[in-house]
Ligand binder design. Structure first.
Ligand SMILES: Nc1ncnc2c1ncn2[C@@H]1O[C@H](COP(=O)(O)OP(=O)(O)OP(=O)(O)O)[C@@H](O)[C@H]1O
Ligand SMILES: Nc1ncnc2c1ncn2[C@@H]1O[C@H](COP(=O)(O)OP(=O)(O)OP(=O)(O)O)[C@@H](O)[C@H]1O
Ligand SMILES: [Mg+2]
Ligand SMILES: [Mg+2]
Lengths: 165, 165, 165, 165
């Protein structure tokens, strides 16, 4: 299973359709403070079903929709799609490509799609259950949180191990 | 199930001990399940002994040592269940030049099995990546993503330090 | 007493607004006492608006923006009651090169009134300090302190990045 | 009031008498990960009366006494002295110099001295009450904590303002 692209539109500081393509190996993401690097990581976690606005540095989910700048009006919707390739044999889907999409309006309710077909959050969760990309994932280390896995209390640390089991 | 958890715990423990020694160039580390508790509820304790020092509670380690120990633990979890994709957001920020080098050496070993998105300000991490994406805000408040070659990376994206003479 | 606290709060608030604009090269910030509470019990809320962006809750700021806003607040507190001495332990770690420059410009203004001990990995911070102390562990586990000139600083004490072309 | 020297003996990674002298302006403290930079900051806070071992990254106060390395035996006592100059008119003491000393044995109880005369902790606290170097001091920013002043809850933030009032 390979990550191909992350498409961001209306999420946080991305008011225009933006595509980030990934090749094999290590892709470095660089840029000055406040330009939107961590927002790309947030977009990935949100699309895979993250339910807590606080975990994405917002107060409420609505904070995640582009709220405008000095000269650009706010948007009313946020949408992120993640495209995975070489999924056959890894995930229970037809074909070799999988596109997971999450869309949310200012009203706050989210809609999920797999290969453009509407699904429930639970379906997205089940799809990724055994991939290590689940809820308590050690695969996404947030900014400033690298030490939290060692600073965590012994029982909090269990969640990472259960994810790996 | 209990057997599965204990088997995973043992695997992660062995890997953590091996990767820690590589990350610190010696020393030793260990993971222990809370004594007397059921493995399905027990807390997990982490011990670390940088080379030449006494084995101690993680809290006495320095900021950089904690970050490096955390990185070793995250890669150990990867060995138990390799997620296809990982995001590391400025995990190299607390590390000095030598430890950034050790981190990159470990990262390079997973490059074939796992795709990484590494958000960083450190030049060395950029130099050793397979692709570089610059995120900018040419128009204030609006993020844009560009694919870059190393020589095109604007220097204000990086922080200045220097490598061993 | 209540009058004293409110007077201090107002002073810190004004200073924070001024120093924030200097630190971010524009934008605005504010401090607010919890509405409806007695000033002697009220919580203190911080608002920040980097240049060109919308005024928002601090949690939406990036790692580097939060650190810079925090630095502005710490210096504002200094103006209310200048401690003779201060210790800043790697406050420049989340900052990119441009913001390290702004931080150092603000620090330089206090240099006559306050002595600073600044623990850092950033070359630029070392270059602009009045004295440099190297801490080493020539014998593992045992710290030793040496007074250094900039050209004597072993390069593995620093992190590599680069300044604006 | 000026800080002149910090003398460390038997505290954390300093088994041998170590003196750090401070001049006016900014003194940068540099060195690789784990060499003892933050331990110098901890020594300063401890000498001024810090009562929480956890705030100094230990479990119990005894963790702060040099506990040995692979080839050096542990010590049974820790002692830190801080020398301030130009204190007349600033602090209620005779003469122009002030030396504050804290000494602790493995039994855990601490002894405080001002200009070599035994005093109580309360005397040290009273001495520094109006200098901004008191308990909730904004004058010492610990590693990784620069953002905590902005991340703190509104009521926790009050403590910094009360210190400045
Ligand atoms: N809903 C939103 N609408 C518009 N902009 C937003 C929204 N949410 C967050 N932002 C902006 O995103 C910026 C933060 O971006 P991000 O955290 O990705 O920065 P970064 O590149 O990771 O920086 P650093 O190097 O400091 O960590 C903030 O300045 C904020 O203004
Ligand atoms: N009681 C003690 N006895 C001996 N050594 C100790 C004691 N307490 C802490 N240490 C040692 O001090 C080291 C940490 O030092 P410190 O936190 O000052 O490092 P640092 O220079 O700030 O590094 P970094 O750049 O990673 O922040 C640990 O490796 C630990 O072994
Ligand atoms: Mg970030
Ligand atoms: Mg430190």
């Amino acid at each position: 299973m390979r990550l191909r692209t992350i498409d961001i539109f209306g999420f946080k500081s991305f008011p225009h359709r933006t595509r980030v393509e990934f090749g094999p190996g290590v892709s470095a993401v660089v840029g000055p403070n406040g330009c939107g690097k961590s927002n790309v990581a947030d977009a990935f976690r949100w699309a895979l079903g993250e339910q807590s606005a606080k975990a994405l540095r917002g107060d409420v989910m609505e904070d995640l929709i582009f709220n405008g700048t000095a000269d650009t009006p706010p948007l009313s919707m946020a949408e992120v799609s993640i495209t995975f390739g070489d999924v056959s044999g890894y995930l229970p889907v037809d074909g070799d490509e999988l596109v997971v999409t999450r869309r949310m309006y200012r009203s706050g309710e989210s809609h999920y799609f797999v290969n453009r077909q509407p699904v429930r959050l639970k379906d997205v969760r089940d799809l990724f259950a055994d991939t290590g990309l689940g809820k308590a994932s050690y695969a996404v280390v947030e900014q400033g949180m690298v030490e939290s896995i060692v600073k965590a209390k012994a029982d909090e640390r269990r969640a990472f191990f259960e994810e790996a089991a | 199930s209990r057997e599965k958890f204990v088997a995973t715990f043992e695997l992660v423990r062995e890997e953590f001990q091996r990767i820690f020694r590589e990350a610190f160039g010696g020393g030793q580390a260990d993971l222990k399940l809370q004594a007397g508790a059921d493995p399905l509820d027990a807390g997990i304790y982490v011990y670390a002994q940088p080379p030449g020092k006494k084995m101690e509670h993680l809290s006495l380690l320095s900021g950089g040592e904690k970050a490096l120990a955390a990185i070793a633990l995250i890669f150990a979890l990867f060995n138990a269940r390799p997620a296809p994709f990982a995001i590391l957001d400025e995990v190299d920020a607390p590390l000095d030049e030598n430890n950034i080098g050790r981190f990159l050496k470990i990262l390079a070993r997973y490059r074939d099995a796992v795709q990484f998105m590494v958000i960083t300000h450190a030049r060395r991490t950029m130099e050793e990546s397979d692709a570089i994406y610059g995120v900018t805000m040419e128009r204030r408040g609006i993020s844009k993503v560009l694919s870059l070659k190393m020589q095109e990376v604007p220097l204000e994206f990086m922080e200045v330090a220097a490598a061993t003479p």
